[in-house]
Design a protein around this ligand. Structure first.
Ligand code: BMA
Length: 395
């Protein structure tokens, strides 16, 4: 008898260790949804902030590099200019799938993890995008003319029964493992907003509109979710973010056609950039008008589905108007209950003029400070003390 109980105890111990190593079991409170309570809290706190207070300001790769610097501890162009951190930081997992140490923009995954933990520890939020290579052609996430023939076969190849299904599942596992590995020293799993298969209403990525049917696109989401569930990923808030494209019909259809489904999505986002050049006041004005109409439809759609809207990517590359922040962006953003706005990376070292937030000496600094001081734009100091990532249930 004794031996039997000892055996049961040993087997249970092994199972617990195994689950722990899969990322499935931590000592944290779990919500009924199967996610950590912290993850649910982040979502409900974002929801509360969006209706009562404002929207988080986010910046891609903020602590990794900026204008004239790279890899300096705890630096960020936002911090240089405002003495504050963005409330939200974005990171990209492109090239994790092909076992590189660094992502497609040369960010080492190990230091990405460190900075994600730091952002969490200071009370901020994190969002993760993924620009994976093409699993069929071996090319990048971006479609090239010579590979167009291959792009339209990619989704078929990775879905169940396809020749690259096994490889692709393996890729998903690596991303799931990375997200599971986002834990503090105390073993607290860090909640992240994961935003895969973005800008799918354009055709520049291999998962884009011309390369798969709406059903295939939704199957891609289902496969992603299934694989993450199998890996016990329980710290993800899911964001679906299509984009505005030339000639888009801004009816609800734009969102609904490829919408993965209410059970797969928490945040419905939107990517829209301002392409106006210097001195093109009409271009900047048109951007605001178009952004306004997009956010209007987005917020309606999100409300119908009881989801949280967000402006998941925006900005003016090189900030081509000094008053871009208070003139083109702020008045539109302040009209809508969005959870956050994220602008892209400051990487002039990579491509000249490729930056989206001002750095010391840039002519839009004073306008950005006004934007920063607006009561609706939430930076780290504004959300500190709000316990965005608190463990215990907030309601
Ligand atoms: C794009 C550009 C690219 C970059 C990619 C992924 O918008 O910034 O240079 O590789 O995002 O971060």
């Amino acid at each position: 008898m004794k031996v039997k109980y000892m055996l049961i105890a040993v087997v249970s111990f092994i199972i617990l260790i195994f689950l722990g190593s899969c990322g499935g079991s931590t000592n944290e409170d779990m919500a009924d949804s199967g996610r950590t309570q912290r993850t649910e809290n982040l979502l409900s706190n974002l929801r509360k902030l969006a209706t009562e207070k404002g929207y988080l300001f986010g910046h891609q790769d903020s602590p990794m590099y900026g204008a004239g610097w790279r890899g300096a501890d705890d630096k960020s162009d936002i911090k240089e200019v405002t003495s504050d951190y963005p409330a939200l930081m974005g990171f990209d997992l492109g090239h994790l799938e092909i076992d590189k140490d660094k992502n497609l923009d040369d960010v080492p995954f190990d230091s990405m993890r460190i900075h994600i933990i730091k952002q969490f520890n200071r009370g901020g939020a994190v969002t993760i995008s993924w620009h994976p290579d093409n699993p069929l052609s071996g090319g990048t996430a971006w479609v090239t003319d010579s590979l167009k023939n291959v792009e339209c076969k990619t989704i078929d190849a990775i879905l169940e029964g396809g020749e690259k299904n096994e490889l692709f599942n393996h890729w998903l596992d690596k991303v799931a493992d990375f997200i599971n590995s986002l834990q503090t020293e105390e073993g607290v799993k860090i909640p992240v907003i994961f935003r895969p298969w973005h800008e799918n209403m354009g055709s520049w990525f291999w998962w884009g509109r011309d390369w798969c049917t709406p059903e295939q696109y939704k199957d891609l989401w289902e496969l992603t979710r299934k694989r993450f569930d199998e890996k016990h990923v329980n710290n993800v808030i899911w964001a679906y973010s299509p984009n505005r494209y030339w000639g888009a019909d801004l009816s609800n259809n734009l969102f609904s056609e490829r919408y993965p489904g209410d059970d797969l999505v928490d945040i419905i986002g939107w990517d829209q950039y301002c392409n106006a050049e210097e001195d093109d006041s009409v271009g900047f004005y048109n951007f605001s008008v178009e952004l306004d109409s997009s956010l209007n439809v987005l917020c309606q759609f999100a409300k119908q589905h009881d989801k949280l809207p967000a402006l998941t990517e925006t900005g003016s590359e090189g900030i081509k108007a000094d008053d871009f922040w208070t003139k083109s962006l702020l008045p539109v953003l302040n009209k809508y209950p969005i959870a956050y706005v994220l602008v892209w990376r400051n990487a002039p070292h990579d491509k000249p003029g490729h930056f989206y937030v001002p750095y010391i000496g840039h002519p839009s600094v004073s306008d950005f400070i006004k934007f920063y001081n607006d009561k609706n734009t939430l930076f780290l100091r504004d959300i500190n003390g709000l316990y965005l990532n608190k463990e215990t249930k907030t309601e």
